[in-house]
Design a protein around this ligand. Structure first.
Ligand code: FPP
Length: 242
């Protein structure tokens, strides 16, 4: 593996960082390359960043790889992204296992191609007991879809008499989200200069710090992550208090 450095940079108390990986297409365009080259370089950035997160001792790194709205892209691009994901699992699962990194997937990934779902389930099962770092990949993920699915589960429980409507508070909702078991989201990063959440972790980001960088995703690495965490360390978090 290339570009490997050890990152002992501090996390400033952050346990969970999520990233909206944006700018693959623009990275490729700047180099007069096809969009696929940008996504391919984006996978390298995923590798570097996951490694850095593990070396820093972050408990969770959540990456927005494919949104429930990304199906609107041309079929060829959707199929390129699915192919890259497949190759990523094939090529990198061994490294996840060697480094004892747990893989989690958020989003309605069961709607993907059945052979891909089987690969994902196998990777999740093989790393299920690892830690302390979890890399969560968001696939066919949309926050509104996640909340609607959680509402359906809770409604079914209520209809079955397993929960009373009065008992449905924030904890009951959080327990049905795909992110259950992950620490609270401390820092949400979006690359490539866009400043919006694009249906990503809307519930979980209630008290997260937001960090926007002009860096295009394929240029992201452990240093960029360390800079975002330094900025996080300078923020004063008040959670609605004084
Ligand atoms: C945004 O760039 C990026 C995506 C839609 C997908 C992110 C996917 C990867 C990094 C590769 C697959 C991931 C894994 C985990 C194997 P864009 O295409 O919207 O860029 P643009 O806004 O510059 O066009």
């Amino acid at each position: 593996m290339t570009d490997h450095r050890s990152f002992s940079a501090p996390t400033y108390g952050a346990r969970h960082v999520a990233i909206i990986m944006d700018g693959n297409g623009r990275w490729a365009k700047k180099r007069m390359l096809p969009r696929f080259a940008g996504h391919k370089a984006g996978v390298e950035a995923v590798r570097r960043t996951a490694r850095a997160a593990q070396e820093m001792g972050l408990e969770a790194l959540t990456l927005y790889a494919f949104s429930s709205e990304n199906w609107k892209r041309p079929e060829s691009e959707v199929s390129d992204l699915m192919g890259l994901l497949r190759r990523f699992i094939l090529a990198d699962l061994a490294e996840f296992e060697a480094n004892r990194v747990r893989l989690k997937v958020i989003g309605n990934y069961r709607a993907l191609d059945p052979s891909l779902v089987a690969m994902i389930d196998d990777a999740i099962a093989r790393t299920a007991d690892f830690g302390p770092t979890t890399v969560a990949v968001a696939l066919n993920y949309g926050s509104q879809d996640e909340l609607a699915r959680a509402a359906q589960t809770i409604a079914r429980k209520a209809a079955a008499g397993e929960i009373t409507p009065d008992a449905i508070g924030p904890d009951a909702v959080a327990a049905e989200l795909d992110t259950v078991g992950l620490p609270p989201l401390d820092l949400l990063i979006r690359t490539s200069g866009e400043q919006r959440l694009s249906n990503f972790m809307l519930w979980q980001a209630a008290y997260s710090e937001l960090y926007f960088t002009d860096t295009l995703w394929p240029d992201f690495n452990g240093d960029t992550l360390a800079r975002a965490l330094e900025e996080f360390g300078r923020r004063e978090r008040r959670y609605g208090g004084l």
